[in-house]
Design a protein around this ligand. Sequence first.
Ligand SMILES: Nc1ncnc2c1ncn2[C@@H]1O[C@H](COP(=O)(O)OP(=O)(O)O)[C@@H](O)[C@H]1O
Ligand SMILES: [Mg+2]
Length: 265
Amino acid sequence: MSRLAARGLTLAYDDRVVVEELELAVPDGQVTVIVGPNACGKSTTLRALGRLLKPRGGAVLLDGVELARIPTKKIAQAIGLLPQSPVAPEAITVADLVARGRQPHQSWWQQWSEADEKAVSDAMERTDVASLAERSVDELSGGQRQRVWIAMALAQETDLLLLDEPTTFLDIAHQVEVLDLVRQLNHERGRTVVAVLHDLNQAARYADHLVAMKAGRVVAEGHPKEIVTAELVREVFGLEAVVVPDPVTGSPLVVPGTPWAAPGM
Ligand SMILES: Nc1ncnc2c1ncn2[C@@H]1O[C@H](COP(=O)(O)OP(=O)(O)O)[C@@H](O)[C@H]1O
Ligand SMILES: [Mg+2]
């Protein structure tokens, strides 16, 4: 079952078509990860799935209805999107930014509820930013800021969560922490996640459903164990590699071929 799906989705900037006739059914209750080389259209696709970008052709469907026909607030209650380079309002504090995640749940007669308060503190705790609450977002490190954005997306408490490279700027421990958090949310709360990741090995570890894109098209999709092969890595990334089982998880681990070395070394 797929609450969120793309049907014949074509996306373009001005005259340049970036994604063409894309078919994608996001499996409910699973973690889908999109991988592919730089500029192949991953972010563009994710933005369209979150209605930040209007399709040139085809449609994105939520529960069978075109996004364009659904009121913005309804979409925001169902789909949370963390873009690749989000921009924070100037001088906003961490607590205030995370609280903005609650906007879709508010109305003029009820501005701020206990449920809002709980969602915000819960999100800040899970992303380890509670101690930064009163700090200005401007003055945080890239990694701290990234975790604040993730907290905002979590505070929105949507069934569908779209994350564009959520581990950018994070050190390896925080990368693992964020990806584990994504898995936990998926497992404990049944959240459906679509994430773009640039690290193929992390993608293979965390994805239930892996989508490999190249030049605006889906080249392969399925469980990482089924689709990640040396041939796929060559076809999608143009890289010679060996694929071995990850010693910890057994998922496919992509090891690039011999590094360049000076002759005679
Ligand atoms: N706002 C934009 N205006 C014009 N072209 C864009 C814009 N955003 C992305 N592109 C172009 O669309 C292509 C796909 O970009 P993107 O979806 O960001 O790739 P990816 O996320 O896979 O790296 C790239 O060639 C990029 O330069
Ligand atoms: Mg991108």
